[in-house]
Design a protein around this ligand. Structure first.
Ligand SMILES: [Zn+2]
Ligand SMILES: [Zn+2]
Length: 127
């Protein structure tokens, strides 16, 4: 590699690191002044995250976290109902459709309605 190529590559790496340092300096200053922001950032595990944290990436991460929260809450509710009735894994709902055929998220009223066309079952029920 020629000296001028090395120079260009080190200069470019230095500019990128400088931009990152400046961005992190903003966060260090803001989190130092805002404990809520500091706590929120401390709760974000970046292990699985890729790319920049711009508004679009934040919205995507938010939507993903909300979906995971809702879907796992519905799965937990399904387990709770199964446990309460002693129903074995794979036991269908009273409407004869599988638990998986029911809503993947709880309704506002905490129900898991059946999604099978024309079924009309309002809430997953094991017997
Ligand atoms: Zn049902
Ligand atoms: Zn059904």
């Amino acid at each position: 590699m020629s000296n001028s190529t090395l120079h260009a590559s080190y200069s470019s790496a230095s500019r990128a690191a400088g931009a990152l340092a400046a961005a992190l300096q903003v966060l260090v200053a803001r989190t130092g002044a805002d404990p809520d922001l500091a706590r929120a950032l401390a709760r974000i595990d970046t292990t699985e995250m890729k790319g920049v944290l711009d508004a679009a990436a934040l919205q995507a991460a938010l939507a993903e976290a909300q979906a995971e929260r809702d879907i796992t809450a519905a799965l937990a509710e399904r387990c709770l109902r199964r446990e309460a009735t002693g129903a074995a894994l794979g036991t269908p709902c009273a409407c004869t459709h599988s638990a998986a055929t029911h809503a993947p998220r709880l309704t506002k009223g905490g129900r898991l309605p059946c999604r099978h066309t024309g079924c009309g079952c309002d809430d997953l029920t094991f017997r």
